[in-house]
Write a protein that binds this ligand. Structure first.
Ligand SMILES: Cc1cc2nc3c(=O)[nH]c(=O)nc-3n(C[C@H](O)[C@H](O)[C@H](O)COP(=O)(O)OP(=O)(O)OC[C@H]3O[C@@H](n4cnc5c(N)ncnc54)[C@H](O)[C@@H]3O)c2cc1C
Length: 409
């Protein structure tokens, strides 16, 4: 059994920023637990720009950015334990760890979970067909290309049209792979308007409205089969499939623990201080919700560090809470999911929402038939929506706060 003041699970941008800020605030023994051999998280294998603009005030490639974050944390006095996987979360900030020298327990005063997101697997996306070698995520592709200097295939198909799917094109080009198509199940490209011409500029045709995807080939990938938007069967010859995006929080530890998980985000249910249902556990970074940029996660983590430091000196405790919830089918999730009945400083300034379908209307927050806040909303799925938390916190609510969209005709 070891001891520390704050244990941070995950050494990505969020975990490292949080740890550095905690040390800057004079917190004693801050330990980052990272399962990989090197800390730095996802940016370690994003061999492209733009990283570091907020954090280091310059444009950096992912691996340089990751190294700079690690160095900054070490300089601040953070202990980074790599090759150390957290295998269980126990009540009151106790962790089980698996390391090269065996298993151990770590007792902290507070734990902060920063395990990030991952892309949905082929199985989670119901992509049928055979199981040949050569079906991988963007993360796996980036790690093969940038960390292991490998070229897993030459003519892959990319499934998905999110920002990360576009970075899969760049990763392919880096090692002379030519994607032959992008396949999107929706009827429009997911990224914002100004990015949409990018595949055409790179010479990659986009097939929209595709359904019933099947991978062809027994030992190696030989093609992909799908129904186009007119329900006609189509086949594309390729030698690899990149299953990109459709992020979900890396929440396996949470699912096996005593901590509540929010079905909307797929991450932990947190209050306005980032505390989970066990107040000795906080959470920040992309584990909170899919998916934000590294700069955003870094900023969130710095703010979370202030709350953790404050909570160590003057605990917020458990004064009760009300739910921040939605029954509106167009709202996919709201974060935080609970409002602790406390006026302790350091609460998040905004709640975050995402839609599951396009909506235009008036977003309102009501509690016990009282309207607390409202504003015009026009947004599409997967866009970041921020709304102020102060009206809810100042209103002295005692009943759940419900969010809904009153549609414009
Ligand atoms: C494939 C992919 C590409 C991306 N590309 C970009 C991009 O180009 N630009 C951008 O801004 N954002 C990108 N993102 C978003 C990315 O999530 C953020 O940039 C940023 O890395 C989030 O930081 P984080 O610390 O929350 O999570 P992460 O960077 O994911 O770090 C989480 C860390 O937790 C560790 N961990 C997980 N479970 C355990 C455990 N049980 N025990 C110990 N350690 C554990 C992981 O090994 C990892 O190092 C990408 C994400 C993915 C998945």
């Amino acid at each position: 059994m070891g001891n520390c003041t704050v244990a941070i699970v995950g050494g990505g941008p969020a975990g490292l920023a949080l740890a550095t800020e905690l040390k800057a605030r004079g917190v004693g023994n801050v330990v980052v637990l990272e399962r990989e051999a090197t800390a730095g998280g996802v940016p370690r294998h994003c061999g492209h720009y733009p990283f570091g603009v907020w954090e280091f005030k310059r444009l950096m490639k992912g691996p340089d950015y990751a190294r700079a974050l690690v160095q900054k944390a070490k300089n601040a006095g953070v202990e980074i334990r790599t090759g150390c996987t957290v295998t269980a979360l126990h009540p009151n900030a106790r962790l089980s760890l698996s390391t090269a020298t065996g298993v151990m327990e770590l007792q902290a005063e507070r734990v902060v979970l920063c395990t990030g997101v991952r892309e949905s697997s082929r199985a989670q996306r119901f992509i049928g067909g055979a199981r040949p070698q050569g079906v991988i995520s963007t993360g796996a592709l980036q790690s093969m290309v940038y960390l292991q200097q490998m070229r897993p295939f030459r003519r892959p198909v990319i499934i998905g049209t999110e920002l990360v799917s576009f970075s899969a094109i760049m990763t392919c080009r880096h090692r002379a792979m030519r994607p032959v198509a992008m396949i999107e199940q929706n009827n429009r490209i997911t990224v914002r308007q100004f990015m949409r011409p990018f595949p055409a500029v790179m010479g990659v045709p986009v097939k929209l409205g595709a359904s019933k995807l099947r991978v062809l080939g027994q030992r190696l990938v030989e093609g992909i089969e799908y129904l186009d938007r007119d329900q006609n069967p189509q086949t594309i010859d390729c030698d690899g499939v990149i299953v990109s995006g459709n992020f979900r929080p890396e929440a396996a530890l949470l699912h096996a623990s005593h901590i509540d998980v929010d079905p909307g985000t797929g991450g932990p249910s947190v209050d306005q201080y980032g505390r989970t249902s066990d107040p000795s556990y906080f959470c920040t970074g992309n584990l909170l919700r899919p998916v934000e940029t590294s700069g955003w996660c870094w900023q969130e983590a710095v703010e979370c560090a202030r709350r953790v430091a404050d909570d160590l000196t003057l605990p917020i405790g458990n004064p009760g809470f009300v739910a921040l919830q939605t029954q509106d089918p167009a709202i996919r999730f709201v974060l935080p999911q609970r409002l602790t009945l406390s006026d302790a400083p350091g609460a998040m300034a905004n709640m975050q929402l995402r839609l599951s379908q396009p909506a235009i209307g008036h977003l309102t927050a009501c509690s016990a038939s009282r309207t607390l806040w409202g504003d015009f909303l026009q947004s599409r799925p997967e866009r970041r929506i921020l709304a102020p938390l102060a009206p809810m916190l100042k209103a002295g609510v005692t009943a759940p706060v419900d969010l809904s969209i009153i549609r414009s005709n």
